[in-house]
Design a protein around this ligand. Structure first.
Ligand code: BG6
Length: 512
């Protein structure tokens, strides 16, 4: 098979041919989980696919002392473990030479001065042309310190013709106030078009395909509204528990961890109006309108429209697992939710009276993320009789795993009578295109190297989403009448209250 060229490949962006440019990628938090599991394996895969820009240097920045060689070795082990494609020795060898380690405390001014000198040298030896991509994979409490020090070392400024960009990992704040503050801090050093707030769900192939499904096909859009759609469900289920992330998760919970960002982003892609163009702002302008149109909860509605739950002990795939409160570093009286279900309304013309039900949870029986669009029933004439009511048509967008789309429709069972059953028309990425989708981080890193912020969250989107979420948190932490935290056995589909939320509307969650 022909090896793809390594030289400055052109990539189709959403609206343009984006060119990933030579650059130094500085990863703050280089010894952390994200770097090991996602970032370096993603960079390796980009290299293996021949899509890295011709000159790249990856500089890991962290506190622990380590040599370049030790860092390379550690990254090799991590990549062999977590990479999407098996590591090929000859490619790893070339890629490893682009990895460097820079030891410094996050708050040490001198460490950033030395970083600046090192990056200047790399411009000469590696051809990175003064372009810098700063990836904030450290814990969010460090963000402000890092920004201040980058600024002091002049690293937010660039030479003529070069660029500096920051990629900020979630969580982007913990509420509206902290998000606003963080935005202010970031923007004291970097402008909005240098700021890339990552939401890795937007990098998932199937999330991007929502736009294609809706706006590249003529058949769906005319039906995509309150006249034809009964309701929409969005589910993100995980069998995993909190793992070793209690330090972060205890203060976050499922609402802040998943709903404020990933799930609201999916909702926006499903609910947005057609954008005027496929540019970054064309799409993000429409997404932010959706978040702005979310009907805000009144404090006293939160109890009835939002269910929060926490997993108790139970079994996943036949294996006994402990309760959330018994997990390492979790408060035995923790009130943190590991499950949320919400009924959301979008107050605009297109979606008037169409509920969007969102649910997300850890320690559920199955892992899977999907969006299902439930169409209104056929009129009760001809085949759809009271004695034999037909199912709704349901369009399912499987975000992961087994990425694809299916449409449930009615068909006649072969035979001499008129029996009707639901059947599924199914499209699977794996079989239709015969190649594996890239990991979200691969796509997003390339986009940032190419200067394409379309799949990153804009300041107003993030703040607006927090505004919506804050009322729920406020109700949950109220001194009086706070809605109770339900529990559910690990391995179940969440608390009964989540089923009741839909049952009250005469509906039920779709089985994954
Ligand atoms: C992260 C959350 O953003 O997304 C995790 O912090 C969650 O709690 C993860 O497990 C899910 O992402 P994915 O890509 O594995 O579905």
């Amino acid at each position: 098979m022909k090896e793809k060229s390594q030289s400055n490949p052109l990539r189709e962006g959403l609206s343009n041919k984006a060119v990933p440019q030579p650059c130094a990628v500085v990863i703050f938090g280089a010894t952390g989980d994200l770097t090991h599991r996602k970032l370096v394996p993603a960079l390796y895969n980009i290299a293996a696919d021949g899509e890295l820009p011709p000159a790249v240097a990856v500089v890991g920045f962290a506190r622990r002392p380590k040599t370049d060689d030790e860092f390379r070795q550690e990254m090799e082990e991590a990549t062999r473990k977590f990479s999407r494609q098996a590591v090929r020795d000859e490619i790893w060898k070339g890629f490893a030479e682009t990895l460097y380690y820079h030891q410094s405390e996050f708050g040490d001014e001198a460490g950033y001065k030395k970083l600046a000198e090192r990056l200047d040298k790399l411009d000469e030896t590696s051809g990175t042309r003064g372009n810098r991509l700063f990836y904030f994979a450290a814990s969010p409490e460090q963000f402000e310190t890092i920004i201040e020090n980058l600024q002091k070392a002049g690293l937010n400024k660039t030479r003529e013709g070069s660029w500096a960009r920051v990629i900020l990992e979630k969580p982007f704040g913990t509420d509206l106030e902290s998000a606003r503050h963080l935005n202010k801090v970031v923007q004291s050093a970097f402008s909005e078009n240098q700021t890339y707030r990552i939401d890795h769900f937007l990098g998932k192939e199937t999330a991007q395909n929502i736009l294609v499904l809706r706006f590249a096909n003529a058949i769906f859009e005319p039906l995509w509204n309150a006249d034809h759609i009964d309701h929409v469900q969005i589910t993100a289920a995980e069998t995993l528990g909190v793992e070793n992330r209690a330090g972060y998760y205890e203060g976050a919970g499922a609402l802040r961890d998943m709903v404020q960002n990933h799930l609201l982003q999916l909702l926006c892609l499903v609910a947005m109006e057609p954008p005027t163009d496929l540019g970054a702002d064309g799409i993000r302008d429409e997404k932010v309108k959706v978040v702005r149109s979310l009907r805000p909860f009144q404090i006293d509605e939160v109890g009835s429209d939002v269910v929060r739950g926490q997993y108790a002990e139970g079994a996943i795939a036949g294996e006994q697992v402990v309760a959330y409160r018994a997990e390492k570093n979790v408060d035995p009286k923790s009130q943190t939710e590991t499950f949320v279900a919400l009924r959301v309304r979008i107050d605009n013309w297109r979606w008037a009276d169409v509920p969007f039900y969102i649910r997300v949870g850890k320690r559920l029986p199955k892992s899977g993320t999907e969006i299902s669009v439930h169409f209104k029933k056929a009129p009760q004439v001809l085949f759809n009789r009271e004695s034999q009511a037909l199912d709704q048509n349901v369009l399912v967008i499987r975000i992961q795993p087994d990425e694809g789309i299916s449409l449930r429709m009615q068909a006649k069972v072969p035979g001499t009578s008129f029996r009707i059953e639901s059947v599924k028309m199914d499209f699977h990425y794996g079989t239709s295109f015969g190649k594996a989708s890239p990991e979200a981080y691969e796509r997003l890193l390339l986009d940032a190297m190419s200067g394409d912020p379309t799949l990153f969250a804009r300041r107003d989107e993030v703040e607006q989403a927090w505004k919506f979420i804050d009322t729920i948190e406020e109700a949950w932490t109220a001194k009086e009448n706070a809605p109770k935290l339900a529990t559910y056995p690990a391995g179940s589909w969440g608390p009964e209250e989540a089923d009741e939320l839909l049952a009250r509307d005469g509906r039920a969650w779709r089985r994954l």
